[in-house]
Design a protein around this ligand. Structure first.
Ligand SMILES: C[S@@+](CC[C@H](N)C(=O)[O-])C[C@H]1O[C@@H](n2cnc3c(N)ncnc32)[C@H](O)[C@@H]1O
Length: 253
């Protein structure tokens, strides 16, 4: 499966950010580069399920699309509201969860589901609801935590027993929930009747790099971002990625 074209280093990467912000910038930059070709023609009906405080939603609304964020957290929705007002764009915020999407059959041109499938309960059922909310030809952007990277992180921290237990585990672990492999994700998407069109790794090196290096080395964050763009679509580096980003389409039009 082809990956999205590697994009230019984008997103914030100034020297005044904390390491967690820098990792956020890497995620946003790589995901945005893949999403951009899908949001060039406005206006689209876009739903960001579990969209939280609306970082991506506001960015997409600024391109002229009709964007709705559905999230169970009233605090996140209040922050979304402030963010949208500050940016001078309209984003509809609705309190709800993945199940609420079932009321929106075949109504969206693009659905974002980033960092939500991990805590959704039954992933196959969630995928069916996500697929059902798309119009024919509509696209789904799915961002999930990858299991291989979590195994590597535990092993590198000396937690060998935890790494071993996680190897083949499809059970949720703590607040992080379920982690997926690329094969599992592709199977879920195909099972929901969607065609996967691109798959990339996100945060391939970002979580392995010591935060102090990004703090002290001038230009390190921008260089890391450039490297992340370059490796995102290379399958040989995919198992290292903390997150997998898959784009899929509903058949027809
Ligand atoms: C890790 S955050 C991701 C936020 C945003 N999508 C992003 O990528 O930055 C997970 C979000 O999913 C929301 N959430 C949790 N359970 C959910 C569910 N069952 N359905 C929809 N959203 C949910 C949380 O309130 C939170 O805003």
């Amino acid at each position: 499966m082809p990956g999205p074209a590697p994009g230019p280093a984008s997103g914030p990467a100034s020297g005044s950010e904390r390491p967690s912000d820098r990792r956020g910038a890497v995620r946003t930059g790589v995901v945005w580069a893949a999403l951009q070709p899908l949001v060039t023609t406005a206006p689209l009906d876009v739903v960001d399920i579990g969209g939280g405080t609306g970082g991506l939603a506001v960015r997409i609304a600024a391109l002229g699309h009709r964007v709705t964020v559905i999230d169970p957290s009233p605090d996140a929705l209040a922050a979304l509201d402030r963010r949208a007002r500050d940016a001078g764009v309209a984003v509809a915020g609705e309190q709800g969860d993945l199940a609420s999407l079932a009321d929106r059959t075949a109504s969206a041109d693009l659905v974002l589901c980033h960092g939500v499938l991990e805590v959704a309960g039954d992933p196959a059922q969630a995928l069916a609801v996500l697929a059902g909310s798309l119009r024919a030809g509509g696209a789904l952007s799915l961002l999930v935590a990858q299991r291989h990277a979590a195994v590597i992180a535990r092993a590198m921290a000396g937690h060998f027993g935890q790494a071993l237990a996680l190897l083949d585990s499809t059970a949720p672990t703590g607040r992080a929930g379920v982690r997926f492999t690329a094969a599992e994700l592709e199977e879920l998407v195909a099972g929901a009747g969607l065609d996967a069109i691109a798959l990339q790794g996100v945060r391939v090196f970002a979580d392995l790099v010591p935060g102090s290096l990004l703090d002290l080395e001038p230009g390190a964050t921008a260089a890391l971002l450039e490297l992340e763009h370059a490796v995102a679509t290379r399958p040989e580096y995919r198992p290292l990625a903390a997150q997998l980003h898959l784009l899929a389409r509903r058949r027809g039009r």
